[in-house]
Design a protein around this ligand. Structure first.
Ligand SMILES: Cc1ncc(COP(=O)(O)O)c(C=O)c1O
Length: 389
């Protein structure tokens, strides 16, 4: 057999999966390793899919998605982000999950050898995808400080150079819960305009924001319609639809046709009954997302103080998202710790190494749990384990 492309042969398998595979199927393990809520999708959304299937909606759609869904997404975006970015239907592409939105955006602008700068720690797919395309991935790391992660803005601006083809930034961030401020976004946008660098903003957690506003600051609040900005979104997190595989991209209008061509060659279109369900999710958003955010805040506030009270644990409450990201002094290898926690404590967490080298020794705990009691039980297991380790 001829060898695989080196980019694929050297691709690192998910370290989250490596830990999960060691514990999956074991009933005694409390699993918090994956980034999803254990709450099922609201019934109004499920019913819309059932109705669509029952009325025979089983065919291909337009590559870019159903026109009514694209226009509902455009209206939703306008309502959240106002008029500066002027998002309209012609700038929206419906994709098969946020992960596909990200891959399509990268396929559109990145080629072999291109310089791609990624702000880390970050969900591992966002460094794997440019590698698959043969791009040269450079990372810019946030800096840990008392359990939170901070951006050295000037250092990031210095790392964005005229040869930098794409900047990938995920804020609100998985795993750290870090949020970009408005002034940081303005500075990054200005620098990328100067260098001619595309920005791919992964804003799938924008609604899971624990500040005063309805959503976290977005590049769409400040960017002009023709800025070299692509924003990736998902129905997974804010609408409890991880298994449905539906997301979208907002791009400059000049890019939309290219994205449509790429969708044809990747997935052709998202399933029509899933798109119908997404329409129901958007029209019921007030009944779905705000209660979810309130619940996530309760989860965060149930878990993080328990972690902070444990000796040697360094943790801070996240400003957004669904994760507690923390480290344990004296346990410098997160992968080893995560595997030991599965085997010895029946606790399933994700290792920091999955998200960046700088996050070695950190652990990610997805706190999106229907029962906060489950979080307390998990914390008890960690505490008991730490007593003897
Ligand atoms: C930062 C980030 N972006 C994108 C996604 C993709 O979500 P999905 O493909 O389920 O829409 C995830 C999922 O965990 C994520 O954490």
């Amino acid at each position: 057999m001829k060898p695989l492309r080196p980019e694929i042969a050297h691709l690192q398998a998910s370290l989250i999966r490596e830990v999960a595979n060691a514990g999956m199927g074991r009933e005694d393990v409390l699993a918090f390793w994956f980034g999803e809520s254990d709450e099922v999708t609201p019934s109004v959304v499920r019913q819309a899919a059932i109705d669509a299937l029952n009325s025979g909606e089983t065919f291909y759609t337009h590559n870019l998605g159903l026109p009514e869904l694209r226009s509902a997404i455009a209206a939703y975006t306008q309502a959240l982000h106002g008029d500066v970015c002027a998002v309209h239907t012609g700038r929206v592409a419906v994709t098969s999950g946020g992960v596909s939105a990200l891959m399509l955006a990268m396929q559109a602008v990145l080629g072999a050898g291109d310089d791609c700068l990624v702000v880390t720690p970050i969900w591992p797919n966002l460094t794997a995808q440019p590698q698959i395309l043969g791009a040269r991935v450079r990372t810019h790391s946030l800096t840990p400080l008392d359990g939170s992660w901070r951006l050295d803005l000037q250092a990031l601006l210095d790392d964005i150079q005229p040869h930098t083809r794409l900047l990938v930034v995920n804020a609100p961030n998985n795993p750290t819960g870090w949020v970009l401020s408005r002034s940081e976004q303005e500075a990054i946008l200005a620098r990328c305009r100067e260098t001619g660098t595309w920005i791919l903003a992964d804003e799938v957690y924008e609604r899971l924001f624990f500040g005063l506003a309805d959503c976290a600051p977005s590049f769409l609040d400040i960017a002009r319609p023709d800025d070299m900005l692509m924003v990736a979104h998902s129905f997974s997190k804010s609408f409890l639809m991880t298994g449905w595989r539906l997301g979208w991209l907002v791009v400059p209008e000049a890019l939309t046709d290219a994205i449509g061509k790429l969708i044809e060659f990747n997935t052709s279109c998202a399933p029509v009954f899933v798109q119908k369900a997404a329409l129901a999710a958007l029209s019921n958003q007030d009944r779905i997302t705000p209660p979810l955010v309130q619940h996530l805040m309760r989860c965060r506030d149930a878990l993080v103080p328990l972690l902070q009270a444990m000796p040697r644990v360094v943790a801070a409450p996240a400003s957004a998202g669904m994760y507690a990201f923390f480290r344990i002094e004296g346990h410098p290898d997160g992968l080893v710790t995560a595997k030991r926690l599965v085997a010895e404590a029946g606790l399933g967490l994700a290792p920091g190494e999955a998200f960046s080298d700088q996050a070695r020794g950190w652990l990610r705990w997805c706190f999106a749990s229907r029962e906060t009691q489950r979080l307390a039980l998990g914390a008890q297991r960690l505490q008991d384990w730490l007593r003897v380790n």
